[in-house]
Every structure is written in structure tokens, then in C-alpha cells.
Design a protein around this ligand. Structure first.
Ligand code: ATP
Length: 235
């Protein structure tokens, strides 16, 4: 579904991604794990068109998308839930969700997807008219995910969905990620909590200072001594 070939991405003179290659198959949950500053968010931003690789290719369903406008990429079926959620604080929950569908014209489909979002996140339905800035952190994460789903993505990019949330809520959010995947959405998940990410992912890539240093099936990485010591707290 997605193939990244040897991309280099820079911020000015600073090279954040150094020849990254990876692939994602339709239907998978793939996770990127790695320390702060490794380049995980940069990779998601490169896929969703917020950053343009200087070299290398990003191929999505056979089309080269590296450097395409973010809006075209959303239209092609890739949605990005950024780190820190970024909901529109002065708008209501309902308005935020509607904005997620702004590139779509299929009114009936939009209505149907709105219902699906309410099923996944009943909490949002209870709070439709509430200003989004007054939602709790967990609710804002749900809203950011719901808004991304309103674009009807086939590939969903999630950046640190567990950040700052209480353990019970994190568990709920991860359960919902699995549900979203079961309905046919492929997922690329960036997560600091490697244990949790590996527990729901099919495969993982380990990123260190802009490079992929290891990759494999989640079970294999979970069992690896190297990964246990570096990312799973030695357990
Ligand atoms: P985190 O979990 O902390 O977000 P990350 O793995 O997602 O980590 P990135 O945010 O992708 O890491 O950052 C990769 C590198 O690029 C870091 O060295 C970071 O300082 C640098 N970087 C990120 N954003 C910018 C920016 N806007 N300008 C300059 N350098 C940046």
C-alpha cells in the first residue's frame, strides 16, 4: 500500500531523516518506535505532505506522493492525527468533526461516517455542542482521531496517541485503534510506549537518529534482547 524508498528530509541544514525505507501492507498496523527526536514525527509529516523529502520516493498505491500538497494526499486516502492533537479549540466537537470531511461531497456517506465515529467514541456524541478547547486530553485525542476518520482514510497516521493520558484511557484508545483497523483501515502508529505499540502492531520499525536500525514482526521484536533493553525497560 505504501512504500518509502530511501528518503532524506531536512529542516534547513539539519538532516532529520537519513535514507529511510519502509513498507506498509494493506490491513496492517505498523508501528514506529524510537527515542525522542529520532525522526518519527518527521516521517509521518513527510508521508502526509507537510514536509517534502529532498531525495527518495514515497509511493502510495502505485502513485508517487512525495512532495504532493497535503490536501491532495488527504483526498487520496491518507489522514494524519498529529502529536498534541491540534483540535480547533474555539469550535464545537461537531464542527471539528464536520471539518474533517471538508474535502468530501458525498453527503450521505459523511452522515454515515459521522454515525460510525459516534459508535467508536460515544463520549463525543455526548459532547457535540461543547467547545473543543474545554475537552479533557483524552476527549481531545478521541476528537482528533474522529476528525481524521471523517476524511474516510484508507491509511491512518497516528502520532503518539497515548501522550499525557491516564493508563485506563490509553487502554481504551488502543482498543479503539484495533477496532478502526478491523474495519479495514491500515494504520501507521508512532508511539513512545513501545510495549503497548508492539502489543497491537503486526510489524515494527525501530528509528534511531533518522535511520531505521531494526525491523520485524512485533513478536520477534518483543522477544529481542536488544529491544527489551533499549525500549521495553529491560522486561
Ligand atoms: P518526538 O517523539 O520527540 O516527537 P520524533 O522521533 O518524532 O521525536 P522528530 O520530531 O521527527 O522526532 O524530530 C527529528 C529531529 O528533527 C530532531 O532532531 C528534531 O530536533 C528535529 N526537528 C523537528 N522539527 C524541527 C523543526 N521544525 N526545525 C528544526 N528541527 C526540527
Amino acid at each position: 500500500m505504501l512504500k518509502i524508498e530511501d528518503i532524506n528530509v531536512y529542516y534547513g541544514n539539519i538532516q532529520a531523516l537519513k535514507g529511510i525505507s519502509l513498507s506498509i501492507n494493506e490491513g496492517e498496523i505498523v508501528t514506529l518506535i524510537g527515542a525522542n527526536g529520532a525522526g518519527k514525527s518527521t516521517l509521518l509529516k513527510s508521508i502526509s505532505g507537510l514536509l517534502k523529502p529532498k531525495q527518495g520516493k514515497i509511493i502510495y498505491e502505485g502513485d508517487s506522493i512525495g512532495g504532493k500538497a497535503a490536501q491532495s494526499i488527504v483526498k487520496m486516502g491518507i489522514s494524519h492525527v498529529p502529536e498534541g492533537r491540534r483540535v480547533f479549540a474555539n469550535m464545537t466537537v461537531e464542527e471539528n468533526l464536520q471539518l474533517g470531511a471538508y474535502l468530501r461531497k458525498d453527503k450521505a456517506g459523511i452522515k454515515q461516517d459521522m454515525e460510525k465515529v459516534y459508535e467508536l467514541f460515544p463520549r463525543l456524541l455526548e459532547r457535540l455542542k461543547q467547545q473543543s478547547g474545554t475537552l479533557s486530553g483524552g476527549e481531545q485525542q478521541m476528537l482528533a482521531m474522529g476528525r481524521a476518520l471523517m476524511a474516510k482514510p484508507r491509511l491512518l497516521l497516528l502520532d503518539e496517541p497515548s501522550m499525557g493520558l491516564a493508563p485506563l484511557l490509553v487502554k481504551q484508545i488502543f482498543h479503539i485503534i484495533e477496532e478502526i483497523n478491523k474495519t479495514g483501515t491500515t494504520i501507521l502508529l508512532v508511539e513512545q510506549n513501545a510495549n503497548l505499540a508492539l502489543s497491537i502492531a503486526d510489524r515494527a520499525y525501530v528509528v534511531e537518529t533518522g535511520r531505521i536500525v531494526l525491523s520485524g514482526k512485533s513478536e520477534e521484536l518483543t522477544a529481542s534482547e536488544e529491544i527489551k533493553n533499549a525500549y521495553l525497560g529491560g522486561h
